[in-house]
Design a protein around this ligand. Structure first.
Ligand SMILES: Cc1cc2nc3c(=O)[nH]c(=O)nc-3n(C[C@H](O)[C@H](O)[C@H](O)COP(=O)(O)OP(=O)(O)OC[C@H]3O[C@@H](n4cnc5c(N)ncnc54)[C@H](O)[C@@H]3O)c2cc1C
Length: 412
């Protein structure tokens, strides 16, 4: 039977849209691709993110598998930028990608001793990384507190204006004939170990040869249904961010600044209509989407405690904090798995369903490379990167592994 599409991607954040861009960029095969993305669920994580591309920050990288994937993704990032800017509609967009470098501030000798233990091997990966003394820190970043004993400097770390970047990926996809459907997927219909079609919120049913789940923090609902499990495979971890602008003509922050409680980073103006600003982030709070839905609450509301903790961080890091006004604030949901590794690959029990989920705190960094990997899996059944640690099976209890939800699969 003829299918409506070659590939339907569910979820249009950085993960789904990077994949769509890669699939659409294939010169050898002209694929019919649909990107189904609901804009009714509130701000997606890919817009809420701070845009840090900072694989050297060890706190996130305790797991060597994650660390390796983040570094590979960091290396790959410029190649994707080149792809996205290769079409006329995106050629001249400045999406705020700056390899500005970062400072991790150290406030005490105890903290210094702990950090020294953690970063031993990093020096071998980043030869340009160095420890700056108290007197050197202001030379690299005059705006931050001098109340430190020093700072680690990682000159190659970068940031990007992720909302603009996402828009550029969309423009690229549009130019490459990806179809955008602004609606929610309500149901996946399974038959004979394949996804036969999906039902949309608007009542329409659409079919494809292959489907990919990229719906971030909302994916648990489908995974639970597919695997007939009560386990929470993807947890939504809420994060709140504040954007501030200088009241007067203050010079912009130069570097990304980290400390044990969070980060601040520049978000420079990328055209005449914008103002230079600074992002301050971020909180971390596990939430229960179902409970919030039942009580008619809003999962993305900013909280007094969240906003105040982020402001306290700004006060700690910036002695001239009184020179800034709050320009904006928001919240987003990071998709997190139990072991904080993503889920990337085909679902073994189904012939045509793939996942690219659970990118947690580093999805902007990992999105483009994940897109390339899933594109290769879909087209060549193979990827250059070893994804054995990213299989969904690792997260399922033994009985869940074979227990695909048979009730969803009418047997012929
Ligand atoms: C506050 C905060 C700061 C962060 N900072 C950084 C950072 O500095 N660097 C970094 O690398 N990462 C950062 N992250 C993490 C990063 O944002 C995420 O890992 C990444 O955006 C996840 O992308 P995604 O495409 O999986 O999900 P999302 O961007 O959330 O996209 C999922 C999309 O799927 C849609 N959807 C859901 N269900 C359905 C359905 N049934 N049908 C159709 N559509 C559906 C949603 O509406 C949404 O648009 C941050 C996250 C947060 C919240």
């Amino acid at each position: 039977m003829a299918q409506d599409y070659d590939v339907i991607i569910i979820g249009g954040g950085i993960i789904g849209s990077s994949l769509a861009a890669y699939l659409a960029s294939e010169k050898s095969e002209k694929l019919k691709i649909a990107l189904v993305n609901s804009t009714n669920l509130g701000m997606m994580a890919s817009q809420a993110a701070a845009g840090l591309l900072t694989p050297f920050q060890l706190n996130e990288l305790e797991n060597p598998v994650l660390k390796d994937f983040c570094f590979k993704s960091f290396e790959h990032f410029p190649e994707f930028l080149e792809t996205i800017t290769s079409v006329p509609s995106t050629k001249n967009i400045d999406f705020g990608y700056r390899q500005a470098g970062s400072l991790y501030l150290i406030f005490s000798n105890l903290e210094f001793a702990q950090k020294e233990n953690e970063i031993k091997d990093l020096r071998t990966i980043e030869p340009k990384a160095s420890f700056l003394s108290k007197v050197e820190v202001p030379k690299y970043e005059p705006l931050v507190t001098k109340d430190v004993i020093g700072a680690y400097h990682y000159p190659s770390e970068a940031y990007i204006n992720n909302p603009k970047f996402l828009k550029a990926i969309y423009l690229y996809c549009i130019e490459k004939n990806v179809e955008f459907l602004d609606t929610a997927v309500k149901k996946l219909n399974l038959k004979n170990n394949t996804v036969e079609n999906i039902v949309l919120d608007n009542g329409q049913t659409i079919s494809a040869k292959k489907f990919v789940l990229c719906n971030g923090a909302w994916a648990n609902h489908f995974l639970k249904e597919i695997f007939n499990t009560d386990e929470t495979l993807i947890k939504p971890i809420k994060g709140e961010i504040i954007r501030v602008e200088a009241l007067h003509a203050t010079p912009l922050l130069q570097k990304i600044i980290f400390c044990s409680e969070g980060y601040i980073l520049p978000r420079p103006a990328t055209n005449h209509f914008e103002t230079d600003s600074i992002l301050i982030g971020s909180t971390s709070e596990e939430i229960d989407l179902e409970k919030i839905r039942m009580s008619h609450g809003t999962p993305l509301a900013n909280t007094v405690s969240g906003i105040s903790s982020v402001l306290n961080l700004f006060k700690k890091l910036m002695p001239n904090y009184k020179d800034y006004l709050i320009a904006d604030y928001w919240a987003g949901l990071r998709p997190q798995t139990k072991d904080k590794l993503p889920i990337i690959g085909k679902i073994a029990e189904l012939e045509n369903l793939y996942c690219s989920l659970g990118h947690y705190r580093n999805g902007i960094l990992m999105g483009p490379y994940s897109g390339k990997i899933v594109k290769d899996l879909i087209l060549e059944n193979h990827s250059e990167y070893n994804i054995e640690h990213f299989q969904i099976d690792r997260l399922l209890k033994p009985q869940g592994k074979e227990k695909l939800n048979r009730s969803l699969i009418p047997q012929n």
